[in-house]
Design a protein around this ligand. Sequence first.
Ligand SMILES: Nc1ncnc2c1ncn2[C@@H]1O[C@H](COP(=O)(O)OP(=O)(O)OP(=O)(O)O)[C@@H](O)[C@H]1O
Length: 365
Amino acid sequence: MATVALDRLRKVYPDGHVAVAGASFEAADGELLVLVGPSGCGKSTLLRMIAGLEAISDGALRIDGRVVNDVAPKDRDIAMVFQSYALYPHMTVAENLAFGLTLRGCPKAEIEERIRAAAETLELGALLQRRPAALSGGQRQRVALGRALVRQPKVFLLDEPLSNLDAKLRASMRTEIARLHRSLGATMVYVTHDQVEAMTLGQRIVVMKDGEIQQIDTPMALYRRPANVFVATFLGSPAMNLLRGRLVAEGGKPGLALSEGLMLPLPGGDIDPSWLGREVDLGLRPEHLLLCAPGEAADFGAGLDMLEPVGSEAFAYLRFGQHPLVARFAPDDLPAPGSIAGLRVAPGQSHFFDPATGLRLPAAG
Ligand SMILES: Nc1ncnc2c1ncn2[C@@H]1O[C@H](COP(=O)(O)OP(=O)(O)OP(=O)(O)O)[C@@H](O)[C@H]1O
């Protein structure tokens, strides 16, 4: 297995479009690193540069310490899995799995052994003599994975491999890929636009936007301490609430002064004293707006427009003055839509961003 290190990797397309504006990170040996971001952010371009399918405009790419900028894709010891499966329709599953190995002159006995092992790992044994047309979407994607597996590459590159599957199959294939990664201990770089896939699969996540890396960290670190408003609102569903206002402490009571003369009370410890008086974007995750029980003293009230029960919990669409808020409540004893819900903000969970830059405010040290 291998490390993949990017040093200020850049891609400028011939029309002058900067698709990747200098990306630096390293996937550790055996790591499953996920690249995530909205459509057009440059994640596929980045992966294709690692694969050798796209020329690198500037910067250095190292696989296992060796600079491979000018090494042909077939000599990089990587295997790529695409969204579109890219199976040969006229070949059986076994032939599809064997094809790349035969091309490389791998001995027949070895090919058979590798196919047997891959078929066992991916539960393809019963399907080996079928053609792709006779397989379900999930089975086709397993064959595509199998084709990468038999290559025994140093690095697996996966480009939206689950996007063509329905939601249920996506979830089960996600588990399968995680299991495969664990059992192989392989280095994998995985591209997706789906933040749930990124959060559940990635050991670390690289968040991209407009060709630039926004933040690299473990899923929970990104969730708990997003570096900017983009990362804060991209990860998490429903998305983090954002409110612009001025931080104040009137009569010793800290809060966010909003338009319309509204005041959103905040837990005292959340506000760094050096921030008082300044305008901020306050970020609150839906689960950090706490519903007060009837009779319990609430910090503020918000009109409940609509409830969306999803079984284990309910999403509440609220309005504080003009400001929409989404909260995540336990499914029982919910207030009725049209009523006022008594709320408070969970201590230690407020996020503060600079409205000018979108960056998280550094606490005064
Ligand atoms: N050959 C090309 N010439 C010019 N611009 C390109 C070319 N290929 C891609 N781009 C642009 O580069 C940017 C990044 O594209 P890329 O395919 O890497 O994005 P992505 O994040 O993978 O998006 P998606 O999730 O939609 O596939 C986009 O703005 C795209 O329009």
